[in-house]
Design a protein around this ligand. Structure first.
Ligand SMILES: NC(=O)c1ccc[n+]([C@@H]2O[C@H](COP(=O)([O-])OP(=O)(O)OC[C@H]3O[C@@H](n4cnc5c(N)ncnc54)[C@H](OP(=O)(O)O)[C@@H]3O)[C@@H](O)[C@H]2O)c1
Length: 240
């Protein structure tokens, strides 16, 4: 919505047709137009088909790699009472890397291919995270986001000659509907998040718009490439 507001012809893509419809309706209520497309970023054929359909609207100038989800698990959780020692499940690790890193690889690769083929300059913006330097209980997520930063730097080097910039945006915790619902459903989580918030230098979460503004800045600042903008209120604590 922030991109559309700034005048970009904007496609939004996700798996759920219903979710897309809701987003389009919300934008329409705000006087904005979004063009919905279904995609699963973890599926190579689905991503290639998305970029083929988007090309029908004209050359691609910007791709924001946003799809991602956090998963919180300790590497090992010691045995307690009758419960045996627990290991970080391999399936969680693989699913997180598949969505948060392979998904970015596939969409970034197809965006670059579309821009190079069309011979137009463009920008790829990748949503990283303040967790990317390593974060307590987040082996898969922090490793994936660290990988996203590595792709940002690598692709900036490889694509600069084609006039393509690649920029990361690394949010701290965002004050999203999902966060509020989770906290309402689970008082223990709400308590944890409150303690976390108190230890962020800015003492508050990011507003969604503050992250969207950073994406817009990354999209429009023509000398910015190969770097990740930290939009995290001063950073997250190592542990709460
Ligand atoms: N929220 C935070 O506090 C926070 C902090 C730092 C970084 N981030 C990063 O910001 C990005 C967005 O996070 P968010 O909190 O806004 O998450 P969100 O509300 O869960 O939204 C994620 C979006 O990705 C889509 N998606 C998920 N899996 C997909 C797939 N396989 N293929 C295509 N689309 C898929 C979802 O739609 P469907 O389910 O319909 O596919 C949804 O639209 C993520 O990269 C996240 O890591 C978030």
């Amino acid at each position: 919505m922030r991109l559309a507001e700034a005048g970009w012809h904007t496609t939004i893509a996700a798996r759920s047709a219903e979710g897309l419809e809701q987003a389009v309706a919300r934008a329409r209520d705000a006087g904005l137009e979004l063009h919905p497309q279904q995609v699963d970023v973890t599926d190579e054929d689905s991503v290639r088909a998305l970029f083929d359909r988007v090309a029908a609207d004209g050359p691609l100038h910007l791709c924001v790699n946003n799809a991602g989800a956090n998963s919180s698990r300790l590497l090992v959780k010691p045995a307690r009472g009758d419960r045996p020692l627990q290991r970080y499940p391999l399936a969680d690790w693989e699913n997180t890397l598949r969505l948060c890193l392979t998904g970015v690889f596939l969409t970034g690769r197809e965006a670059a291919a579309a821009m190079v083929e069309a011979g137009v300059p463009g920008t790829i913006v990748q949503i990283s995270s303040a967790a990317r330097g390593g974060a307590y209980g987040q082996s898969g997520y922090s490793a994936a986001k660290s990988g996203v930063d590595a792709l940002t730097r690598t692709w900036a080097l490889e694509l600069a000659g084609h006039g393509i910039r690649v920029v990361g945006v690394a949010p701290g915790v965002i004050s999203s509907e999902a966060l509020h619902h989770h906290c309402e459903r689970d008082p223990r989580h709400a308590d944890y998040m409150e303690r976390l918030r108190e230890r962020i230098p800015a003492r508050r979460w990011a507003e969604v718009r503050e992250i969207a503004d950073a994406v817009l800045f990354a999209a429009e600042n023509s000398y910015l490439t190969g770097t990740t903008l930290e939009v995290d209120g001063g950073g997250l604590p190592d542990r709460v």
